[in-house]
Design a binder for this molecule. Sequence first.
Ligand code: PGA
Length: 259
Amino acid sequence: MAEVVIVESPEAAGALVATEIVELIDSRSDAVLGLATGSTPLPVYQALRAKLAGRDVSQVRGFALDEYVGIDPSHPESYRSVITREVVEPLGLDPERIHVPNGAEATIQHAGEDYEAAIEAAGGVDLQILGIGTDGHIGFNEPGSSFASRTRVKTLTEQTREDNARFFDSIDDVPMHCITQGLGTILRARHLVLLAFGEGKADAVAAAVEGPLTALLPGSAIQLHPHATIVVDEAAASRLQLADYYRYTFANKPAWQGI
Ligand code: PGA
């Protein structure tokens, strides 16, 4: 079973996950982080700013989960721009070591394979940060995605385009296609840390953690992973049947285990 940690706020979640990431970097200066975009991981990046201050992060490597297809990388809402703005610059990472799938149309046919090869050449992802969409997607693996999928082009659902329209002038400006790490790619990361906050994510979290394994709910793939940690606030945890057990387990967890 995935480990579920119920925290009181997104800030508490950010501090918990950032502590784990700092320990990873302290143990391995060239750690490979799996980076997610969206609102959810922001408290982690915020907490990392303070915790990493003064540390040498020049060797840290990173791979983003996904990118829109056909968006100019310099567009403020391209995931290349978002990762640069939210992660690379504030944390002082080396931009050369931080990879984002290439959504350029000219090379899109082999962009997925290129990305898989780059992850493999880096030795795989040590810790993958994940959010979850209201439709249960992780990365941009929309419902119907194969659990064995690799990095490839997907068509965004209308729901996801509506959810992401807030970052654009209108829904018409949200790209139709994306390139995303597959569920199989994500499952190869050594530690998955999925975060979710707010009532709007409660159904998706419950289905991913406690529901059946199904392509209809791509987040349920986390149940196949030997080391998955789900960090949620009370609202996002509100539909979990075993919430009391998760609280009890975490409260009694030996401190040395981390998350
Ligand atoms: P959000 O998106 O963090 O902005 O809610 C999560 C996702 O769509 O994966």
